[in-house]
Structure formats: structure tokens, C-alpha cells
Design a protein around this ligand. Structure first.
Ligand code: ZN
Length: 144
């Protein structure tokens, strides 16, 4: 059964300049007890680390951009993995030529300036578990 969810709390804040994007959002959610949430971010980075998941090898291929980038769009969620708050973030970044890059966000994405929204949702937190076929730690699937 899918739980219908409502917004419990909505936070809007500036991520500290120079912070690691993934780490700072994780700490923000953990400190405030956000165990089920929806995240969006826009802004800019001085470095960005993101990647692509190879569905055959079940490995992430990371790429690091050590140059200023715009965070054109970053979307993610907060849920529970191994009993702790875990964030899953994807982002599209834009370079100085206005070319877009994007992927799964890793530690190593340093904020130049960023504005974030964290929407905490009601209901039980979604818990991640390893899927043997995907190799990913995912939410439980549900019958539609
Ligand atoms: Zn991902």
C-alpha cells in the first residue's frame, strides 16, 4: 500500500558557501530529523563530482569538473538506508559555454552559492534495500 503523503515542513535556506553539497544537505536533514523528503537546489559550484551508473557492471563512473558550474537543477530525496538518513541527488550543471552536464551527485561537489528547498513529507520513511538485479539500494517497489 502506498502512503499518501503531505508536506510536514518546508525549509528554504542558503547552503553555506564552500560547503560540500551532498554532505551539507545530508547533515541538514539528519539534524532536523527529515527522514522522508524531497529536495531541490539551484545555484553554482566551484567543483562538481557526479556520475553515471552502468547498468551492466553495476558501477558508477564518476567525473570531476574542477571549474565553475551553474547548478541548473538539482533534485533528490531523503530516505533511510542502513538506519540512517540517506540522500539521493541528481543534478544538471552548466559550464561557461552553456553546455549542460549531469548525473548522480557524489561527495566532492563544492558550493559557490546555492539555495535549497527541503520538503519533509508525512508518513513512514521509505527504507532502501539492495536490489540484486539492479545493484542499487532502492525503495521498495509497490503494486500499482
Ligand atoms: Zn542516482
Amino acid at each position: 500500500m502506498i502512503a499518501a503523503r503531505k508536506t510536514k515542513r518546508l525549509f528554504a535556506f542558503r547552503v553555506p558557501d564552500g560547503a560540500d553539497l551532498y554532505e551539507s544537505l545530508t547533515v541538514f536533514c539528519a539534524k532536523r530529523g527529515v527522514r522522508c523528503g524531497w529536495i531541490t537546489v539551484l545555484g553554482a559550484t566551484t567543483e562538481a563530482c557526479f556520475g553515471y551508473y552502468d547498468q551492466k557492471t553495476h558501477e558508477y563512473h564518476k567525473k570531476v569538473f574542477r571549474e565553475p558550474m551553474e547548478i541548473l537543477s538539482c533534485v533528490g530525496n531523503a530516505s533511510i538506508k542502513d538506519g540512517k538518513v540517506f540522500l539521493h541527488l541528481h543534478a544538471t550543471f552548466g559550464d561557461e559555454k552553456l553546455k549542460a552536464w549531469g548525473g548522480h551527485v557524489f561527495l566532492g561537489t563544492k558550493v559557490f552559492s546555492a539555495e535549497a528547498y527541503v520538503r519533509e513529507l508525512s508518513g513512514p520513511p521509505l527504507k532502501r534495500s539492495l536490489g540484486k538485479e539492479t545493484g542499487l539500494s532502492s525503495w521498495p517497489s509497490c503494486p500499482l
